[in-house]
Ligand binder design. Structure first.
Ligand SMILES: NC(=O)c1ccc[n+]([C@@H]2O[C@H](COP(=O)([O-])OP(=O)(O)OC[C@H]3O[C@@H](n4cnc5c(N)ncnc54)[C@H](OP(=O)(O)O)[C@@H]3O)[C@@H](O)[C@H]2O)c1
Length: 230
């Protein structure tokens, strides 16, 4: 594996935190980020020794470069952060739409731009999209749009920044993730051919595959149990 840290943007919670814990367990130095530096440091300490925390807000992309100034070489970069924007078009809230759109479609590429000289030819990058891009739900306009954008964003990343590898992962509703845990999801199971919800373990496994397999590049991987087929 390339020299450097595994940096997980949005690593203080949910799927990003699970990915961070996996790489720490495998013995790699890990950095997790969230909006608040103190919270990020506290979560880093919970994950374990060798994990550090950084705070910056992806929806304020002009602040990203300064926040990452002290980061050294990066071997794996995971862009997992999200703030959920429930935004039905009949009550459209512009500020919330701008926040999430900026986070994923400007903040993610600005993070890559900032770190480009700290990535090496053997580094790889994974961007989180999501199946809401293909299966919308009421109020999902911004989520659907930005996750669709992620699936195209990897095309320019791959071609402009070769040989660094870039892939995107699009999980289905992940039943044991903090956002969904405890919510009624029988309707999702009913439409999933595997008859079960996607788990965080499933998503971490696919994340590691995309980050580590040297032939995986420019792919959008769907981790959804075949949800779109029913
Ligand atoms: N969970 C699912 O079922 C599911 C399904 C499909 C796709 N996904 C995708 O998977 C990724 C992870 O989802 P999740 O549900 O695991 O997330 P989550 O539990 O809601 O965690 C979100 C993370 O993003 C960070 N964050 C939020 N707003 C931020 C901002 N403005 N700037 C920087 N960081 C910010 C949070 O940190 P702080 O709170 O510490 O600031 C936290 O670390 C997302 O990209 C999502 O679209 C998830």
């Amino acid at each position: 594996m390339a020299e450097g840290s595994v940096l997980v943007v949005g690593g203080t919670a949910g799927l990003g935190r699970e990915v961070a814990a996996h790489y720490r367990g495998a013995g790699h130095p890990v950095i997790v980020t969230g909006r608040d530096a103190d919270r990020a440091s506290a979560v880093a300490a919970e994950i374990g020794d060798g994990v550090t925390g950084i705070g910056f807000d992806l929806s304020k992309p002009h602040t990203i470069a300064a926040a990452l100034a002290d980061v050294g070489p990066v071997s794996r970069l995971v862009l997992a952060a999200i703030s959920r924007d429930n935004n039905p078009l009949r009550e459209y809230k512009i500020d919330e739409a701008i926040e999430l759109t900026t986070m994923k479609l400007v903040g993610y590429p600005e993070t890559i731009h900032t770190l480009i000289d700290r990535l090496s030819d053997d580094s790889s990058v994974l961007l989180f999209g999501g199946r809401a891009k293909d299966r919308p739900y009421p109020g999902s306009t911004t989520v659907t749009t930005v996750n669709g954008g992620i699936s195209s964003l990897i095309n320019t990343l791959v071609t402009e920044l070769a040989p660094i590898r870039f892939n995107a992962i699009h999980p289905g509703i992940t039943g044991d993730s903090p956002f969904w845990a405890g919510k009624p999801l029988d309707h999702v199971v009913a439409r999933t051919p595997t008859g079960r919800l996607v788990t965080m373990t499933d998503v971490v496994d696919a994340t590691v595959f995309l980050l580590e397999n040297p032939a995986m590049n420019g792919e959008n991987l769907y981790v959804d149990g075949g949800w779109m087929l029913m």
